[in-house]
Each structure stands twice: as structure tokens, then as C-alpha cells.
Design a protein around this ligand. Sequence first.
Ligand code: ADE
Length: 364
Amino acid sequence: MQLRVVTIFPNFFDSCLGEGLLGKAAGKGLVQIDAVDLRAYTDDKHRTVDDEPFGGGAGMVMKVDVWDRAIADARAALPGARVILLSPQGETLSEDVARRLAREKALVFCCGRYEGVDERVSAHLVDQELSIGDYVLTGGEAAALVAIDAIARKLPGVVGRSESVDTDTFTAGLKHPQYTRPATYKGWETPAVLLGGDHRKIAQWRAEQAAKRTGERRPDLLGRVLAERTRLTLVDPPKALAALAQQAAAAYGLRELAVCVTDGDKRAQWREKAQAPQRVYGPLANARRRWKDNHFVHLAAQSGPGQVAPGEIARQLVDETGDITLTWGISPPAGALIAAPVLERQPYEIIGLFAWLERVFGRG
Ligand code: ADE
């Protein structure tokens, strides 16, 4: 991947980009990064990049014409590149955003200074603005470095084993605790399970610890963590319900929307149209046999026995380490482990389902 940073401080990037995994990635040719001096695109002897704001006020504003020339040069050098202005006004960087940007052929990072960049740069010259969080830096340089690091480690070959990128913090909630030799230090012990060599138990312990930490420290991430392990199952649903559930499953990031179609002919038609994350199965009883290790939860549309208190569902699900199958419909399939309480004042089945999904997977 080719990266260009346009900045008034090109030296800022020298040491950071030459060190560590990023340095190695550059050495292997996986990323090529060049830092270009914005002042090279000025046309006066003082190499001026900013001017006073129209309308008055404190601070200087970076000039649109200088940025125009710099960006035109970057686009010519890196055809097809996505051009990004670092700014607190932009889309917030996240693992998802990093993953998406890592699929671009080339990226150009334009480092503004915080006091301001002429609005016409973001309106007409760049493809997007990107922020690294809700705080203010003196300029975009540190933000560009953060973004480059997060994006570059998504590229194949940059991080040694791609497995460690997949099991990273935020891909599946916060990471589990880790230990290395010595097993005991100053009386501080390593949990015995990690020393026992039982890989199934270790995996289970790690999953439990990760879920516990995420719940305690970042409850806002829980919905996401759950969604990645969850299949929502509808049995012979009306088309409208299935279409909306498909949208919801994609929006919440559910692993699968399983549509069980009892009638063989109709099933073939559903299969032709199904798009990820939807998959089409035969009768629920058969599908359930395939998912036998799952934790089953029936979200109730009607009152019934064994229902748990509202708000408990997500907590109970988080404590589960394996895959989760939610079923939705009028009659709970035999063996459902939790019957969710009826949502009051949700007279329509479709609204009821969406109210449930929002309770369990909604963020924040
Ligand atoms: N420039 C100043 N603050 C910033 C931030 N939070 N993200 C990106 N660029 C910035």
C-alpha cells in the first residue's frame, strides 16, 4: 500500500515510521510511506501556508490554494488514492474504519493544524475527514501516525501471524489478560489454568476473562461482542419480517440470520435470493441439531413460563462463552434456555423483534 503524508513538519515522521513493525513493513515493501512538505506547494518567498481568517478571530487558517496544489500532486503521484484530512470534525477512527481503509490502494493524509483549514479543502478537495478521537491535538501529524499504524497492521504480512490481528482487542471486545515467565513474580501468581496445558480450558478461560473485562470496563462494546457470536433464527417468516431482520442483522453485525424454511420448494427459492449474513436452512429441529453446542434463547413475542427480567438477557448471554442462537416467533422451540420477557406496548411482531435486538445489541 502506498501512503503519502502532506505536512508542514515532514521530519516528524522520520523516526516513527522507520521503527518497529511499521519500519519492517516498509523494509519488506508492504507499505511505502513518504512525507511531503506542504511548503513545497507555496508560491511566495516566505513559503506561506496560512492567512488570517475572514470575519476576524484568533488563529490562522491554512490556505486552500496551497492545499489544492499539494493534493493535485498527490493524486497524480498515487492515482486512485483516497485523500484524507485529519481533523477533529471527521469520522472517528475505529477498527472497522481501519479495516476499510486498509482495503484502499493508496492513502494520502493531509495534516492540518488545529486552528483551522479553509473549509473548501474538506468541501472540494479531500475524500473524507478523519478524527482519532474526541480531543484536540495541535495538528494532524500525531493523528496521521495513529491512523497509519492502525491501518498498516491490517495489511497482510505486517503483523507476523494474522491470527493475532483477528483476536485483537476490539475485534472481539477487550483482550484477555496475558502472562509470561516467570510464573510467579514477587508473589504475584499466573492463573493456574494457563500453566496446565489444557487448551480447551485455556480458550474458555480467556473468553470468560475477555467478556468479564469488556462488561466491566467497556459495556458499550458488549453488544458488538455478542453480535459476533450470535445467529438470529426465524422460522417460515413473512418476507417483510425477513427483509427487515436482514437489515438489522447487518447493522448490528450479527454473525448470521438463519431463515428456516420448512417447505422444500420454497426453501430453494429463498436460497437463490439469500445474501450474507442470511443463510437458509430446513426445519428448525434439523438446524438445531447442527447447532447443538449453541446456547439457545427464545425471544418471546407472547408471555410464557420461565421468562427472565428485562435487562438480564444481554448479561446472561455475555456469560456464555460459546455461540448463541436466538429464536424469534410465536411459540418457543422446546429446550430454549431463556424465555425473554414480553416487551410491553409492542403490539406488532416486527416492532417487538427490533425492540429486542436493540436491547441486546444496541450500543451505548
Ligand atoms: N487534529 C487535531 N485534533 C485531531 C483529532 N482529534 N483527530 C484528528 N486530527 C486532529
